[in-house]
Design a protein around this ligand. Structure first.
Ligand code: ATP
Length: 240
């Protein structure tokens, strides 16, 4: 997608980032359009999680640009970035185990207008009836899969313009994986975009519009999911 396309939501250009002196991202390029689901794949250690952390402000970019709705996010902290409509559901369904399901979602909606909060919490819970019926129970009492749904619901409560999901299928049964991916598809129907880091490529591709592959801190593939020969290209990227 060209830089100037009016429906570009996120454009990451020549991004360099890492941990201390260790460089992990070496000039990453990524564009996400409005209403698009982009699957991000790549071997372990390629830098997918690091890219998400860089976009959401959890680590500082060393160079490059992260344009979100036309504003450069570099230098903004995570709380500012969330308020701009970019939510990052981090790997490993981190929730507040001592708080109830309801309060976990309420907390994720911090800063939203009070008048809207109750509606937003119900809206997020409605996506996952499995946790809605346990709304008064503590996070600790949920199964791993239910905690993952709760983490996604925390992301949805803000009606993000871009939701970034890092390995949402990890530890989930196939049925629950489908439920999480359905939530991504629903968000897209409502005009939102999703960046989906996922190892289950066969599950991710049917819901995605495009697939990008990262290898050793750089983007090596960016294709529409319907492209002929895509499976071979993805396989080649993994073994390059
Ligand atoms: P995976 O699929 O295994 O989660 P990934 O593509 O998401 O892999 P990252 O988690 O971004 O990859 O890791 C990229 C590199 O950064 C790896 O070599 C990893 O060891 C390193 N790394 C990740 N987190 C840190 C950290 N906090 N400090 C130092 N190095 C880190």
């Amino acid at each position: 997608m060209p830089i100037s396309a009016p429906d570009t939501l996120l454009r990451v250009a020549d991004l360099h980032a890492g941990y201390g002196k260790i460089g992990i991202l070496h000039g990453v390029e990524l564009t996400i359009g409005r209403g698009e689901i982009v699957a991000l794949v790549g071997p372990n250690g390629a830098g997918k999680t690091t890219l998400l952390r860089g976009i959401s402000g959890l680590i500082r970019a060393q160079a490059g640009a992260i344009l979100f709705e036309g504003t450069d996010l570099r230098g903004l902290g995570p709380s500012h970035i969330v308020r701009r409509g970019l939510c990052h559901v981090i790997e490993g369904h981190r929730i507040f185990t001592q708080l109830s399901v309801h309060d976990n979602i309420l907390l994720a909606g911090y800063g939203l207008p009070r008048s809207e909060l109750a509606v937003r919490v119900e809206e997020a819970l409605a996506v996952f009836p499995e946790i809605a019926e346990r709304r008064h129970e503590r996070g600790a009492s949920l199964s791993g899969g239910q905690q993952q749904m709760l983490a996604v619901a925390q992301g949805l409560v803000r009606r993000p313009h871009l939701l970034m999901l890092d390995e949402p299928s990890a530890g989930l049964s196939p049925v629950l994986v489908d439920r999480v991916f359905e939530a991504a598809a629903r968000l897209r129907q409502a005009g939102g975009s999703v960046l989906l880091v996922e190892q289950l490529i066969d599950k991710a591709l049917p819901v995605a519009d495009r697939v990008c592959a990262m290898v050793r801190g750089a983007m090596v593939l960016d294709r529409p999911t319907g492209s002929p020969g895509l499976s071979d290209e993805i396989a080649a990227a993994y073994f390059s």
